[in-house]
Design a protein around this ligand. Structure first.
Ligand SMILES: Cc1ncc(COP(=O)(O)O)c(C=O)c1O
Length: 386
């Protein structure tokens, strides 16, 4: 339908334009920009997104007739042998009973938390869990309680008082193993002990640890004296768009969880299955994690160097590949980020609502797309920009 009313569009979109204007006035309006500068911003930790092995795997899959699109939901005609081959390989790699491949970590977290906990259950979650977990909580019928960041005692106290009140629903513990904006790790061993004490199920988001930590790049859950995969009380989310250089996510869990999500998980059921070519790429990425441990070693060395160079300038030394430099005011973080970008470094300013008010920061992310000399150069540029 066309209209001759010159104010038609303005009327339709007044609320949205108003909201954008408010963001503008607060300096919070965002826009897409082309990639530029040395990569201190991506999650391509192992530099696999452009790796010849991944490209060749996709080319080989095309040559053997793997289709670009799946053509439908997995439950209809979208189930491709590539999906199933990936899931079998991923389960063997992780050491869990089964794996389920979804199109994104976002969808996977929504599926997990909206589908598995039941009415009458309690989900205790870290206050800093990712937005996608929050989205799942919003759709869940269970009660959700946030606890202070990385405070294992708060998890334990909340679980204890739930039982003391006579509640008999299942307890779920939801947390990340490595936090994306803070770069710090969860107190995994303590949380496992709490789960055991309260017969709880853990939903562990390994988005930023997959590929980077643990034997064969299986993540921090594989770094414990007894790896967590394979336990009946453990669900691990491994995303494929970060260190694995591809796209999608693998839910690594007991077989009953996979079956339940296939039958009840709306983000899985009512969505076109991921590209089978992407499944082929993720399989290759997993093989690289196993074959090329030197990538993890190089990233660890780069992260340690960044800690030495950026720590004295105020960056939090986390012992991981993510180093936040908390600057407080939004404007300050954005000004320093802009200065670094102008000097050729892709460092992003992160501000509320992604992080808490008053904690705007630079998020320095180390990847193998950079060399030691780039880290030194970033240090000099940062010193000048602060
Ligand atoms: C901790 C965490 N979980 C889940 C996701 C979502 O994963 P995906 O990007 O595959 O949708 C992200 C993405 O940034 C993340 O940081």
């Amino acid at each position: 339908m066309t209209t001759t009313d010159p104010h038609h569009a303005e009327r339709l979109w007044r609320v949205h334009q108003g909201d954008l204007a408010t963001l503008d006035a607060r300096g919070r309006r965002r826009a897409l920009t082309p990639r530029a500068g040395r990569d201190f911003a991506s999650n391509d930790y192992l530099a696999l997104s452009g790796s010849p092995r991944l490209r060749d795997a996709i080319a080989a899959a095309i040559t053997r007739g793997v289709p670009a699109g799946s053509g439908g939901s997995r439950l209809l005609r979208g189930n491709d042998p590539e999906h199933e081959a990936l899931e079998a390989e991923a389960a063997a790699w992780a050491g869990c009973e089964s794996a389920l491949f979804l199109g994104s970590g976002y969808a996977a977290n929504v599926a997990l938390l909206s589908t598995l906990p039941q009415s009458g259950d309690l989900i205790i979650h870290d206050e800093l869990i990712h937005a996608s977990m929050h989205e799942g909580l919003r759709l869940s019928r269970a009660t959700a309680v946030a606890v202070p960041h990385n405070d294992a005692d708060a998890f334990a106290d909340t679980a204890r008082s739930w039982h003391a009140r006579g509640e008999c629903g299942r307890i779920w513990l939801a947390f990340e193993s490595l936090y994306s904006m803070d770069g710090d790790r969860a107190p995994l061993a303590d949380l496992v002990a709490i789960a055991e004490r309260h017969d709880a199920v853990m939903v562990i988001d390994e988005a930023h640890a997959t590929g980077v930590f643990g034997r064969d790049g299986r993540g921090l859950v594989a770094d414990l004296p007894i790896p967590l995969d394979g336990r009946p009380d453990t669900i691990v989310l491994r995303t494929c768009g970060k260190a694995l250089g591809a796209e999608g996510a693998l839910i690594c869990a007991p077989a009953v969880v996979r079956d339940f999500l296939i039958n009840r998980g709306r983000p899985f059921i009512f969505s076109t299955a991921p590209s089978p070519l992407m499944a082929a790429a993720v399989r290759e990425a997993i093989r690289i994690c196993v074959d090329e441990p030197e990538r993890r070693a190089r990233l660890a060395a780069l992260s340690a160097q960044a800690a030495r160079v950026l720590g004295p300038l105020g960056a939090t030394v986390t012992g991981t590949q993510i180093l936040p430099l908390i600057l407080g005011e939004d404007a300050r973080a954005m000004r320093v980020a802009a200065a670094l970008q102008a000097a050729g470094f892709d460092v992003r300013g992160i501000r509320p609502p992604t992080v808490a008010p008053g904690t705007a920061r630079l998020r320095v992310s180390l990847t193998l797309n950079c060399q030691a000399a780039d880290v030194d150069a970033l240090g000099l540029a940062l010193e000048a920009a602060l």
